[in-house]
Design a protein around this ligand. Structure first.
Ligand SMILES: Cc1cc2nc3c(=O)[nH]c(=O)nc-3n(C[C@H](O)[C@H](O)[C@H](O)COP(=O)(O)OP(=O)(O)OC[C@H]3O[C@@H](n4cnc5c(N)ncnc54)[C@H](O)[C@@H]3O)c2cc1C
Length: 399
């Protein structure tokens, strides 16, 4: 791998800086880097539409799909810059629903959804998880029953983020209950306003709103089907590589700010950095952020080289999400009691961002596949160890 990434992409980096310098001034206040790519607020979308207008939402999209056709390395640089500046991230619709439509969607679907997606007017919420199908996603049961040239949806999804701001659901449904678990699943694009859909919010401790979504006799046309019927699993799994391209620079910024805080002397002239404990903690975090950044750069390079990186995407997911928890936990500890003050509360050190990042870090180890599942995957695919036995409970059997 060539580590002179910055040198190679100097003009690209300058372009990004110029774009964001001008767009940043108009961006919504209050975005905190919680690494949340899925719960964008209305005001974040205002900023993203501006990026879309300038042609930057499709930074990693192929040109034939209306994007810039940038490499994964360049896309990562762009995400890093957004994250360091605490600007809203692109969202999962852009990151992986769009590429999946570009790859597996019909001509009509590409023409219908991609321009809106890249302009920030079409917004997807991913509806995969169900109450009994999270880590074991292939257990999903929401029924998509074919009736002539339509499908009728019945069932429930849960933990869907961003439904409150989305225009469409990217939905996985079971279209052939008799087939093998991975074979009877299809993917659909469903407008959120379709009759028979009901949304129930779940407010989490992280302040992220997720949602339960209920489907009762929801009728959608055959044209909503993405790819071939019963082949949805393959599309779902193939869209994961770039989704894992997560920046770490939000954490780098928190470490930078904690270092600034540590330099500031109190009225007696004593700065936190005078303490060996503080120095050791910040030194550790600086090194860990750098390792994570290098790993993310390596993953992007592997994607660009067309290398198989199933194991590395799982590693990157674990490294990134655990880094967030380590950084925010240690900084919160250094800040003492005042660190618990929340975003923009008077007297909150680092503007309350360490506290926010701490709460925000908890869910990321679960969403996108729990880290334990990714560890299993690394062990089985990376080390070639046997797959763990799945224990099916009596309750699951009786479903
Ligand atoms: C904030 C948030 C946002 C989310 N957004 C979305 C979204 O937009 N769309 C969507 O479809 N889903 C979303 N999810 C759902 C997420 O993908 C699931 O929570 C995740 O896949 C885990 O599924 P589960 O919650 O059912 O946990 P379970 O599958 O019940 O697992 C519970 C715990 O058991 C452990 N575990 C389970 N199986 C194994 C195993 N085989 N080996 C070892 N350990 C195991 C894991 O540690 C896991 O943490 C979101 C979740 C959160 C928390």
């Amino acid at each position: 791998m060539d580590f002179d990434v910055m040198g190679m992409h100097k003009s690209f980096l300058e372009d990004i800086a110029e774009l964001l310098d001008s767009a940043e001034a108009e961006a919504a206040e209050g975005w905190s880097d919680e690494g949340d790519t899925r719960t964008l607020r209305n005001e974040d979308w205002t900023f993203l539409r501006k990026l879309g207008h300038a042609g930057w939402l499709g930074v990693g999209f192929p040109p034939e799909a209306g994007g810039q056709g940038r490499t994964a390395t360049e896309e990562l640089m762009f995400l890093e810059e957004l994250s360091y500046r605490r600007l809203p991230p692109l969202g999962s619709g852009i990151k992986f629903v769009g590429p999946a439509i570009a790859r597996a969607g019909s001509e009509e679907q590409r023409a219908r959804y991609l321009p809106g997606l890249l302009a920030g007017t079409v917004r997807f919420s991913v509806a995969y998880t169900e109450p009994d199908a999270g880590s074991d996603l292939a257990a999903l049961r929401l029924r998509g029953q074919r009736v002539d040239d339509r499908f009728v949806l019945n069932g429930q999804k849960t933990f869907c983020s961003g439904v409150q701001n989305c225009t469409h659901l990217w939905l996985a449904a079971r279209t052939d209950p008799a087939a093998e678990r991975h074979e009877g699943i299809s993917l659909f694009i469903v407008p959120i306003e379709t009759a028979g859909i009901a949304v129930q919010p779940i407010h989490t401790a992280t302040e992220i709103r997720v949602n339960e979504v209920f489907f009762q006799d929801v009728v959608i046309p055959e044209a909503s089907l993405v790819g071939a019927e019963n082949r949805g699993w393959q599309i779902m799994m193939s869209s994961m590589d770039r989704e894992r391209l997560e920046p770490v620079s939000g954490m780098a910024r928190l470490v930078d700010e904690a270092s600034d805080w540590a330099r500031q002397p109190d009225p007696d002239g004593y700065a936190p950095a005078c303490s060996e404990h503080v120095l050791a903690a910040l030194g550790r975090l600086y090194a860990e952020v750098d390792v994570a950044r290098l790993f993310a750069a390596q993953l992007a390079w592997m994607i660009d080289e067309g290398k198989r990186c199933v194991v590395e995407t799982s590693m990157a997911k674990i490294i990134n999400t655990e880094l967030r928890q380590t950084v925010s936990t240690i900084i919160l500890d250094l800040l003492g009691e005042a660190g618990q003050l929340r975003l923009d509360e008077i007297g909150a050190p680092l503007g309350g961002r360490a506290e926010r990042a701490y709460r925000g870090s908890t869910w990321m180890k679960i969403a996108g596949g729990a880290n334990e599942i990714h560890r299993d995957l690394i062990a089985t695919r990376g080390l070639g160890l046997p797959r763990p036995r799945v224990i099916v409970t009596q309750a699951q059997r009786s479903h």
